[in-house]
Design a protein around this ligand. Sequence first.
Ligand code: MRU
Length: 369
Amino acid sequence: MKVNGKHYRTIWIDETVETVIKIIDQRFLPHKFIIEDLKTVHDVALAIKEMHVRGAGLIGATAGYGMYLAALEAPQDNSFTAYLENAGDYLKATRPTAVNLSWAVEKQLIAIKNETAIADKIAISFKTANEIADLDAGYCQRIGEFGVSIIEEISRQKGGKTVNVLTHCNAGWLAFVDYGSATSPIYAAFDKGLDVHVWVDETRPRNQGASLTAWELGQHRVPHTIIPDNVGGHLMQHGQVDMVIVGSDRTTSTGDVANKIGTYLKALAAIDNQIPFYVALPSTSIDWDMENGIEEIPIEERGADEVKYMEGLCEGEIKRILLTPANSPATNYAFDVTPARLITGLITERGICSPNKESILNLFPEKKS
Ligand code: MRU
């Protein structure tokens, strides 16, 4: 995706020093575009935990590079593998909900285990980290190619009039390595010349919609409007939303979806108004071992300060202000689960399917046990 006309991925290797990983530090967007260097597995863990990088696909790709940095740091002796396993556990503990994180760590551990010499183990971890990043970008590109057909169909039904898409949080290119999941069909539709407009939920408490989705849509010149989180239902009741597309941090093998807190309420409003509700996800976000999202998906709880304080630009500087009585407690569940029965379809890199085990396995037959 382009930032001020220049192509960026959200994570890449320094052109001159192969041991330095570059990321866009998302904490400062949309006000400042800051690139950060990650040099150690600790830097990577902190970047994930403190949300310099965030979003399921990007968390996975960052963890992949974290394992490469761990391989560089590890003692070059018999304790190499144990060091890597500990590093994997350390990374996995940073954020619990997006399954891409443990997927990437496991993929690295398997790749490394398959080599005998330590130099080969390091080389394979470098290669695997790059493969994880490329896979993520490729999957998201294909999600766009499949998902655009839904927008095209609505546009056709509306005689070419504006298709209004509502999205929640940021499942855009900033949440992946490139393209995004929920935004990928939107970019594809816009690039094909379809008249598309996006309602962007601000997404309290961290406002990833207002700060990140709005920024990246603006960079691509896609028409969009930011709305407070509680406006979507009203817009749906008044015919101003044609479809909803959101992302997923973890999808069960039965089609339940964990996504940013508030997604479930949008799905309820959508079904009450007969509005199609799609979830776009690469298969790396599917947890093939889980069947009941509400009972099984771990939901991250973050600090109360994210609810009580807000950050923004004030006279040219990023400042933090207190919104609430200083002593009032607050809770901060970061995700909720939308049951499969509220979802119209899943848009994946292999095509669109219904949110149930049979349809998902038809797209991914190699997962049939
Ligand atoms: O807490 P975050 O910002 O890492 O949450 C991730 C998200 O932005 C969303 O839940 C997103 O819709 C799915 S991740 C592609």
